[in-house]
Write a protein that binds this ligand. Sequence first.
Ligand SMILES: C[S@@+](CC[C@H](N)C(=O)[O-])C[C@H]1O[C@@H](n2cnc3c(N)ncnc32)[C@H](O)[C@@H]1O
Length: 356
Amino acid sequence: MPRKTPCLKVHKINGEKTIALAYSLGIIDEELKIQRDEDHIYVPLTRNPSQNETQRLNQQIESLEISTYNFQERKTYPKKFKEFLEDRLPPSLLASLPRAIDFVGDIAIIEIPPELEPYKTEIGNAILRTYKNVQTVLAKAGAVKGEYRIREFSLIAGVNKTETVHKEHGCKFHVDLTRAYFSPRLSNEHLRVASMVNESETVIDMFAGVGPFSILIAKKHKNVKVYAVDINPDAVAFLERNIKLNRVERKVHPIIGDARQVVKQQLHGLADRVVMNLPEKALDFVDAACEAIKPDGGIIHFYSFVNGKEGLENLKLQFTKEIEKFKRRVNRIVFSRLVRETAPYKWQAVLDAWVS
Ligand SMILES: C[S@@+](CC[C@H](N)C(=O)[O-])C[C@H]1O[C@@H](n2cnc3c(N)ncnc32)[C@H](O)[C@@H]1O
């Protein structure tokens, strides 16, 4: 059912910038699908922007209109997918189909609940028939684990491979899902953070993976220096390949190693901005982030796991306390949000903090 909702209407050339700004203001409605016509895009909002927000939007985006529009709800499977399965699965099990399919390049990834295990090949085939550009369907075969934050997969349909090229915000990323971390669910965060960077900044991406923050930052800005650090040699090999593929060799400097050691030895006091996307351990690395930022301060994008909105408030207190242990202070938490649900009641959250 379409829903009539406040929205931002802009010319499509300003689409990306508008989405990023609406995210950073926390007013975008993620349950609704962004709509397009020939010239414009329509960005759904949870509410009308305040006077200050309207002023910011108008200052930064040309010919922006605050309007209303009929939006479709985001993400229910295409009708076809369920149709392919209707006569192959007991009707009671149709409701058990997982809510989300992730797409990384031409690979689809799905989580098969135990009761659907006997039907996984049918589910895989239905995905191949529904999404014509998918070559491979993988099922998650365990949790993300270990220092390198990777997981195992099993093939349920299509070509047997785990390597592909994924496109995100105009960049291309070679990834092998079994050798280095990559999640398409962080796409909005990659864009939001990259859009906040200012020209001439030095950025340290402490846990860079195959480079989705670092490379997008470099692609979007003429004059930036990004140090992209990761401890996983395979992730850094893909990162190096992706730096070349996206032609950002002069701006992104890959470094292999433990972020704490690398900061101590090579990057002490250099950063205007630090990206800390290692949610399960980020609090343990606050000392290194404090050491990385310039003596007069900088911004830290800090990711962690929390339990709901209350957890987010606790995280702000914990982070502020941790920063103070290293002779720094949080001047302001400029932005915070729950990014995505990773398990029931468990969320990945982000804080953007101005630290001096
Ligand atoms: C959650 S992934 C994030 C990757 C990337 N930022 C992204 O958005 O796709 C965390 C990354 O941190 C790396 N890592 C874990 N411990 C590390 C450490 N001590 N120093 C540097 N990198 C580390 C892992 O290898 C992994 O690639």
